[in-house]
Design a protein around this ligand. Structure first.
Ligand SMILES: *[C@@H]1O[C@H](CO)[C@@H](O)[C@H](O)[C@H]1NC(C)=O
Ligand SMILES: *[C@@H]1O[C@H](CO)[C@@H](O)[C@H](O)[C@H]1NC(C)=O
Length: 991
């Protein structure tokens, strides 16, 4: 009605309104659909993301299911209005998988955080579509490949955190388009090239951390544009040239860390600290910076860390009185001081630094005496290193007040007087280094209180008297250097035998007399023993009973008993078989031995009495030999040689150097034990891939988790086993490292040859995780060779090793493959040396609970039987069956009495084709069995190649015979290797 009454224009307008109304309706409808489809897109993208995750050990994604709206899924944040995904945060959940490119469809995503997981593969370029993305953080995963250029399209980006991965290539030049970027964090990757010039245009940057890559080039003046920069870390790259002067005008800087670039040179401006009033950390360690310490440091009241070690700084140290927050002052390895009396005056100015923990002054030109003010430092002090200077006078007894000290190094100076008895108060001390001074008097008995001591080093002094009974309390002692002093009396073996001294004992060039008591036998882990150039003589102890236990001890690798007065016959066994491992010269009454020693022959024994004496003597010498056998020989000898070298080159073994020798080397080889280098888990620790700079060698570093019960024991077991036994199919230990880490904690690691082809486990059970490698398949010939290699190793361990070894943890992940696919048995953490009498280990060892891995450990271990070689045979049998069937003994199907052995046995000998790993079947048969397995009649010849068929058949036979339940009925490794050899030859000859 109203319509009718309307005039034309009104009507027209009205129509228009209706039209608009309709259009609006339509549009609303459309947007509703669009938003529904946006929801769907998000949902689908999340499902795809979930699919790409192959391992979720903590089940954090259990809420990711259809019964739950995805906005309620764990780790998801949605916008309230549109229910679109704005945040995805799954941090530190051990997730494994690739980063799905479908994340690029989450078009509302602002925050993506996948830190501290095990994502691998590349960062998908599709993330570049996330134009709203503000924070992308994927630190501490195992991502590789380039930084996608597409990411530079995310112009809302504030934080780009890609650190601790394995990214390669260069930083994209286009990074300059991220002009809101506040944090660019790339440290610990494998990035190369220069920092693109456009980075210096990112004026919002607060954090720029590119340390530990392979970046090169110089830092340009343009860094001065980054007016907001607070944190600059470029350590561990190949940057060179001078630090730009504009850097010193960035007053917002709190951290400058440019350590270990070697080629950064130049001097520091004197007003550095006035222009950078907020500076808390200045770390220049390991460059070529010269000149003096800027005097403006006197006002740097916020400074916490000042590390200029290993540069070329000269001159005097300004007063540090106002540096109330100083914790770490390391000036070591420069040319500071003038060998003058007042060089150490600045120590007085440290009295207000109540938080000081590290004071490193070693290896400079500091002269004079230790000032009294050295007693006014913070009692928080953990490390004090003044070695390798020109300091004389006595040690103030007041140093004993620093009861938090872990390392005290005063060696290689001209200090005199006695070692203060007050050192007995240093309850936490692990390293006490006083060598190459002029100390006199006796070793104070109070040192017996230092229960944490790892190394005591006092060689080349004028100490005298008897060694007091101090060793009983030293539970962790590894190194003891008392050589080149005037000590007299008996060597306190009885006392020493209480401590676990396991690496190096050097008592040479003293005036010890007396004989070698039987207690020397208790030092059974000892590596190198040098007791040469004393006045020891050949007393033969009456008791030899203790020596029986010595059968457990490895071959001695270095024993120096030269220039004493020992007599009797030199044995020809153990270490005495190897002329280069011993030194016996200068003992004029010794006779016999191997011909290379050129000793006179022993007189023919005339009566029972003398025969008896000789026998006892030689037993004792064997005891000595065996007891001091080298547990960790290589590192010890190296360490020892290094010490000797240091002595001659007169550089001090300061704290820094001690850690460089061991822990620090490994730390840098593995990029700080970064997870990107983690290649596996042993029974008691993690295995990292690393590059030993000094050797230019890729190695595998097994770091013991010492928190884990039994780890110490495992370390010893592994060292023992590997030191004792060398075989082409046993993984070679290159060196062992026992040290103290940066936190002052005990640190133990074994360094192995790196096996490029990983473990047999990876080859047998290739899954999505190894898809980034070449496809891996093992043909029958390779499997046969691997089995033969493993069998040879076991055969050697059981029968040919000086002392039989039971591996106790044979399984595919402990079998490593080198470039040529030669197999090596590894991980001796559970191994046991056994006595030869009955082929079983002694009780004490076998009751330690850990008995291998479920599925591979023989059934009798489960009911408390002793460790035996037959146990290894069982594991080997299971391994054979696993390699032939492709099935792990732990598969879910194996329960209720069915196990891999019975499963195979049921198909043996006529139905093997049903259970054999399909990879091992000829192609056409593979197809057939897959498609119509049941239709093929049993009588039909399945395996086309008779030699293959025969080999597989025989191998199954071995696998079954090795894994029978009763230990007594199993084959032994002698039979196994013989049989495998026969199979291999037959197989080859028919090929
Ligand atoms: C790296 O992630 C692992 C878990 O994958 C975690 O245990 C470790 O603490 C993380 N490292 C750092 C430095 O955050
Ligand atoms: C940096 O910014 C300036 C000024 O906007 C511009 O002229 C220059 O080309 C930029 N440099 C780079 C390398 O992007």
């Amino acid at each position: 009605m109203a319509f009718a009454s309307m005039s034309h224009p009104y009507w027209c307008i009205h129509l228009q309104a209706i039209l608009i109304f309709c259009i609006t309706l339509l549009w609303l409808q459309y947007t509703r659909v669009a938003s529904a489809s946006g929801n769907d897109t998000d949902y689908l993208a999340l499902l795809k993301f979930q699919e790409s995750i192959s391992s979720d050990p903590y089940h954090v994604m259990s809420s990711w299911n259809a019964s739950n709206h995805f906005c309620n899924w764990h780790g998801i944040t949605c916008s309230h209005k549109h229910q679109r995904v704005t945040g995805l945060k799954l941090r530190g959940y051990g997730l494994r998988g690739v980063v799905s490119p479908h994340l690029g469809n989450l078009s509302f995503l602002r925050n993506l955080n996948l830190d501290n997981n095990s994502f691998y593969g590349e960062i998908p370029a599709e993330l570049g579509r996330l134009f709203r993305l503000q924070n992308l953080t994927v630190r501490n995963n195992t991502l590789k490949g380039d930084i996608p250029i597409n990411l530079t399209r995310c112009t809302e980006m504030r934080q780009l955190v890609l650190s601790s991965n394995s990214l390669t290539g260069k930083i994209p030049l286009e990074i300059g388009s991220l002009n809101k970027l506040e944090r660019l964090s790339l440290f610990t990757n494998k990035l190369t090239g220069q920092i693109p010039a456009s980075v210096w245009n990112l004026t919002s940057l607060l954090f720029l951390t590119v340390g530990f890559n392979n970046f090169e080039g110089s830092i340009p003046e343009e860094i001065g544009h980054l007016k907001n920069l607070s944190f600059l870390s470029i350590d561990g790259n190949k940057f060179f040239g001078e630090l730009p002067s504009s850097l010193y005008n960035l007053s917002s800087l709190t951290v400058i860390s440019v350590a270990s670039n070697q080629l950064i040179h130049g001097t520091l401006p004197n007003n550095l600290f006035s222009n950078l009033p907020n500076l808390q950390v200045l770390n220049l360690d390991g460059n070529q910076i010269s000149g003096s310490i800027p005097t403006s440091i006197t006002n740097a009241s916020f400074l916490q860390t000042f590390d200029i070690s290993d540069n070329y700084f000269v001159g005097k140290i300004p007063s540090l009185e106002k540096l109330k927050h100083l914790q770490w002052l390391n000036l070591a390895g420069n040319i500071l001081g003038n060998n003058f009396n007042n060089d150490l005056d600045f120590i007085k100015s440290l009295k207000n630094c109540s938080e000081l923990e590290v004071l490193g002054l070693a290896n400079n030109n500091f002269g004079g005496v230790l000032p009294d003010s050295i007693a006014n430092l913070s009692t928080q002090l953990v490390q004090l290193a003044i070695g390798g200077n020109n300091i004389y006078g006595t040690i103030p007894a007041t140093l004993g007040k620093y009861t938090n000290l872990i390392a005290l190094a005063l060696g290689f100076n001209r200090l005199t007087g006695t070692i203060p008895a007050s050192f007995g108060k240093l309850q936490k001390i692990q390293l006490l280094e006083l060598g190459e001074n002029q100390f006199s008097g006796e070793i104070p008995i109070s040192l017996g209180n230092l229960s944490q001591l790892v190394e005591l080093s006092i060689p080349k002094n004028n100490l005298e008297g008897k060694i007091p009974p101090i060793f009983g309390n030293w539970k962790y002692l590894l190194f003891l250097y008392l050589s080149v002093n005037n000590f007299t009396g008996d060597i306190p073996f009885q006392d020493l035998s209480v401590s676990p001294l396991s690496k190096l004992l050097n008592l040479s060039h003293n005036s010890f007399n007396g004989s070698l008591p039987v207690e020397v036998g208790a030092l059974k882990n000892l590596g190198t023993m040098d007791i040469s150039e004393n006045y020891l003589f050949g007393e033969i102890p009456e008791t030899i009973g203790e020596c029986i236990s010595l059968q457990n001890i490895s071959v001695l690798e270095y024993l120096n008993i030269s220039f004493n007065m020992l007599d009797g016959e030199v044995p020809t066994e153990g270490v005495f078989r190897n002329a280069s491992a011993i030194s016996v010269v200068g003992n004029n009454k010794l006779c016999g031995g191997i011909s290379e020693l050129h000793l006179k022959p022993c007189p023919i024994k005339l009566n029972q009495q003398s025969k008896h004496r000789h026998l006892k003597f030689s037993v004792i010498i064997i005891c000595v030999a065996v007891c001091v056998s080298l547990l960790l020989s290589s590192i010890l000898v190296i360490h020892w040689r290094r010490k000797e070298n240091k002595t001659s080159s007169s550089t001090a073994p300061t704290i820094d150097q001690l850690s460089k020798v061991s822990y620090q080397n490994l730390h840098s080889a593995t990029e700080g034990f970064s997870t990107i280098n983690l290649i596996g888990y042993g029974s008691f620790g993690s295995v990292y891939k690393g590059r030993l700079e000094s050797e230019d060698k890729i190695v595998a570093v097994k770091v013991l988790n010492l928190q884990k019960k039994g780890a110490h024991k495992s370390f010893i077991s592994e060292c023992n086993a590997l030191k004792n036994c060398r075989h082409r199919n046993l993984v070679k230990v290159l060196t062992c490292c026992s040290s103290i880490d940066y936190k002052g904690q005990e640190f133990k690691a074994l360094v192995f040859e790196y096996m490029s082809n990983g473990s047999l486990e990876e080859w047998l059970h290739m899954d999505a995780e190894s898809l980034d490698h070449q496809p891996r398949t093992l043909g029958l010939d390779r499997r046969l060779n691997i089995l033969y290699d493993v069998a040879s190793a076991l055969h050697y361990l059981h029968y040919e090793c000086e002392q039989p070894v039971v591996h106790c943890d044979l399984k595919p992940s402990n079998i490593l493959l080198d470039d040529d696919m030669v197999a090596y048995v590894s991980d001796f953490g559970l191994s046991r040396l056994i006595s030869t009498f009955n082929g079983t280990s002694n009780k004490q060892n076998s009751t330690t609970g850990i008995k291998g891995t479920i599925g591979y450990a023989p059934p009798e271990y489960g009911i408390g039987s002793e460790i035996s070689t037959q146990g290894d045979v069982y594991s080997f049998g299971i391994l054979v069956l696993e390699m032939l069937t492709g099935r792990r003994p732990t598969e879910e199907m194996f329960k209720d009495g069915l196990n891999l052995h019975s499963y195979v046995k049921a198909a043996y000998p006529n139905n093997l084709w049903k259970i054999v790993d399909s990879v091992l079947l000829p192609m056409q048969v593979q197809e057939k069995t897959k498609s119509a397995m049941e239709e093929i009649s049993i009588e039909e010849p399945i395996l086309k190649h008779p030699n293959e068929e025969k080999a597989i058949h025989s191998l199954f036979g071995i696998g079954i015979a090795c894994s029978v339940e009763s230990p007594k009925e199993r084959l032994n490794m002698m039979d196994v290797t013989r049989e495998l050899n026969r199979i291999r030859n037959a197989f080859r000859s028919c090929e």
